[in-house]
Design a binder for this molecule. Sequence first.
Ligand SMILES: *Cc1c(COP(=O)(O)O)cnc(C)c1O
Length: 463
Amino acid sequence: MQYVSTRGSAPTLDFAGVTLAGLASDGGLYVPEHWPSFTTDEIAAMRGLPYAELAARVMQPFVGDCLTPERLRALCEEAYGRFSHKAVTPLVQLDERQWLLELFHGPTLAFKDVALQLLGLLFEEFLERDNARLTIVGATSGDTGSAAIDAVAGRERAEIFMLHPAGRVSDVQRRQMTTVLAPNVHNIAIDGSFDDAQAMVKRIFADDTVTAKHRIGAVNSINWARLMAQVVYYFAAALPLGAPQRKTAFSVPTGNFGDVFAGYVASQMGLPIERLIVATNVNDILHRALSDGDYSAGAVTATAAPSMDIQVSSNFERLLFAAGGRDGAAMAQQMRGFEADKVMQLTNAQRDGMAALFTSARADDADMAHAMRWAQENCCQILDPHTAIGLHAALASDVPPDVPVVTLATAHPAKFPDAVERATGARPALPARIGDLFAREERFTALDGGYDAVRAYILGHAS
Ligand SMILES: *Cc1c(COP(=O)(O)O)cnc(C)c1O
């Protein structure tokens, strides 16, 4: 499988190349040059497979000949063997048609582990093959940071610089990053929002002085391998609910549009998906884009669901490219306009290309709290704020009544104990394996000098 940039002018890469590359050199994002697809019989034959085996089957077409099927399967077994639930991503039934897909049984309690545990192993595999080293630079709205750090800490060929917006992640989220004291881990708190941090990371990728000295890698969902690993759990959920004969709808709490883009990929591969419901908080650029074609960034508002406090959704570019006719030159022009003005109107082709599959909904803090209480009172389930936003959208959607609706449960409620307690009165306890988090020593560097300070820090500390 070869990969092309959404902006049309970066070199084509194979799977190992995109895994180590991150952002394309033309500022675009890598996507497979075509969507592989499975027949109905091939999908039916996936029923009942253990998660690691299912993962290897779904991902093999994207990996191509960069890994043998046996090696891919072994890496999946190692990555998913670290999850605390045997099913890896278990389904939980809420009522006759509403379901939760629990994606938070990995080491850092959010869905990011599903992709990053594998990505850490893929980095190691491909770096060893090239006898190379990688300097990973990432931005986090809270959960990517800890998941990436867990996947990379102590590894020999990679080091990681992780930027988080100071004061805008929960205490649990911050401590899950800053208490990892391995020498190859560098936590940086920046003065600003997640969008500011993400913009700095994109500048690092385009900074010739930095890239001349270091091979820079990505752990954000601009990295294709992350999205690929997330495609798997759409299959894992839809198969027991009747795929390929019966359709499933998914409600996805969304920030950077990575998780829900993986759902789009699953549908392109032949999985029968009735609808993808894009659930946002009040930072609703995606809701406005999908309902009115208006993709314009406002200021970021801090909410109880900080991992979705995002106004520039990197992966939306992948959907615009794929659904709008795969025109890299036009995409480059459209994105340059957005980067200059922070305003973009979707083309008719892009809107038509999305209309059949996507709907969207926006939840404010009251909607979120209401959904949390609904789950608590009716289903004895304590949800995290992000999952509650997804459930709000699922309950409000007009999906046909015979179609099951699966809300992606993106984080464990104990990552956001204050917000959960405010809404439900119940304070979720940390699982035993990280029960001593608040007793551990923290280490991070606060930088308030903007891009130049971050760049200088990375140049000064990268090995
Ligand atoms: C990252 C994250 C999201 C948003 O996912 P995207 O792929 O960025 O859309 C939602 N919920 C939680 C808990 C997250 O960590």
